[in-house]
Design a protein around this ligand. Structure first.
Ligand SMILES: *Cc1c(COP(=O)(O)O)cnc(C)c1O
Length: 365
């Protein structure tokens, strides 16, 4: 399905972009996912024509037919990555090829066309070039980029669509947590799983998120910040949060994370931390860890820290875990030392404050 076409982008500048003074005001306190830049990328796909009509244009609503396939059968995938302002004023991305490859993997699973890696990267470069003034300069700030694709065909038949819309929008983001990131509390879902064997757990698709919202609401109702999911088959093995992978830190200095295998989203933050840990000589295991072991180890002190990780919040300590059959605190319930070290190390590489030994940083300008 992948076509190796090279597209050129028609660029239409916004005729009335947000005024610089207003933009600077917004960028001083952008929050997350609330404000958007002036432009967007659109690329169309049809079975007959392949990828075509690549554009950068003023951001705005799109019109779709009520019979648009995605509204009925949820053929939709997305990505999330950030553009950073470098100390010398340049702009960088962190491992964007990994997002491009994962986007193609997600597409394959959802029976959608696989966008060539270079086309995905070009779309990101084009939008960042058009909206580079929207990258916040505040501490911890970044421009969050959201590429996504959906079945745009007007057709109610149940089959892979023949037409798709790929888009990229951008949203300035502040530090996910203000000041010191607090440790989060987790609720263990007893009733629901995020993904099952053979399902779409490894694909970054909207449907996975839709299914996680009810258990996430239960977590909030129970007074916790986030839901943590166990495996669907035995309801015993810790998998991940609704949108973040999970790590455990032990008293012998080793760390572990649940193994990928179809039900866990292969996070780029997860992979980067595994690499940084191995570089540091830390013993790293990708192995199953049960909720009962987790509770026993937290209580005995064998488990020192646990953290969640992903592009949006980077690295976040887990302070406590509760469910119908477990209730425990991790360490002193606050931030973990190694967790904070990982967070500082990763953000320093991403922002050009530390050497990039793995060629992870792509400089755009
Ligand atoms: C996106 C996502 C992650 C984190 O992936 P990163 O590439 O590190 O941002 C983890 N779990 C789920 C379910 C996700 O959708």
């Amino acid at each position: 399905m992948a076509t190796e076409q090279k597209l050129s982008f028609a660029v239409r500048q916004h005729p009335g972009p947000v005024a610089a003074a207003t933009r600077d005001e917004l960028l001083a306190n952008p929050g997350f996912g609330k404000i958007f830049t002036d432009h967007m990328v659109v690329i169309r796909y049809s079975t007959a024509r392949g990828w075509h009509d690549a554009e950068v244009k003023p951001r705005g609503p799109i019109e779709i037919d009520p019979a648009c396939a995605v509204l009925h059968y949820a053929q939709e995938i997305f990505e999330g990555l950030k553009a950073y302002r470098l100390p010398d004023g340049g702009v960088s991305l962190f491992r964007p090829e990994a997002n491009a490859r994962r986007f193609a993997d997600s597409a394959r699973r959802l029976a959608m066309p696989e966008m060539p890696v270079e086309m995905f990267l070009d779309s990101i470069r084009e939008l960042v070039a058009a909206d580079r003034d929207w990258i916040p300069t505040i501490e911890g700030g970044s421009l969050y980029l959201r590429p996504f694709m959906f079945a745009s065909e007007t057709f109610l038949g149940v089959k892979p669509a023949n037409e798709y819309l790929f888009m990229v929008i951008a949203s300035p983001a502040g530090a996910y947590f203000k000041g010191d990131s607090p440790a989060v509390s987790l609720w263990v879902s007893d009733d629901y799983s995020r993904a099952g064997p053979g399902g779409t757990g490894a694909a970054k698709c909207g449907g996975n998120y839709a299914a996680s919202l009810l258990p996430q609401s239960q977590a909030i109702a129970e007074g916790c910040d986030q839901v943590v999911f166990l495996d669907a088959a035995e309801h015993r093995w810790v998998e991940e949060l609704g949108g973040m992978n999970i790590f455990f830190v032990f008293d012998d200095g080793s760390i572990s994370t649940p193994p990928l295998g179809g039900t866990i989203l292969p996070g780029i933050t997860r992979d980067s931390l595994l690499t940084l840990a191995r570089d540091a000589g830390i013993v790293v295991r990708e192995e199953r860890y049960s909720i009962d072991e987790w509770q026993a180890d937290a209580k005995s002190g064998r488990l020192r820290e646990a953290f969640a990780c992903g592009t949006a919040a980077v690295v976040t300590s887990i302070g406590s875990v509760r469910g119908t059959s477990v209730d425990f605190r991790i360490g002193n319930g606050g931030q973990g030392l190694l967790t904070e070290k990982f967070r500082a190390q990763l953000t320093a590489i991403q922002r050009g404050h530390a050497p990039d030994q793995h060629d992870w940083v792509m400089r755009l300008s």
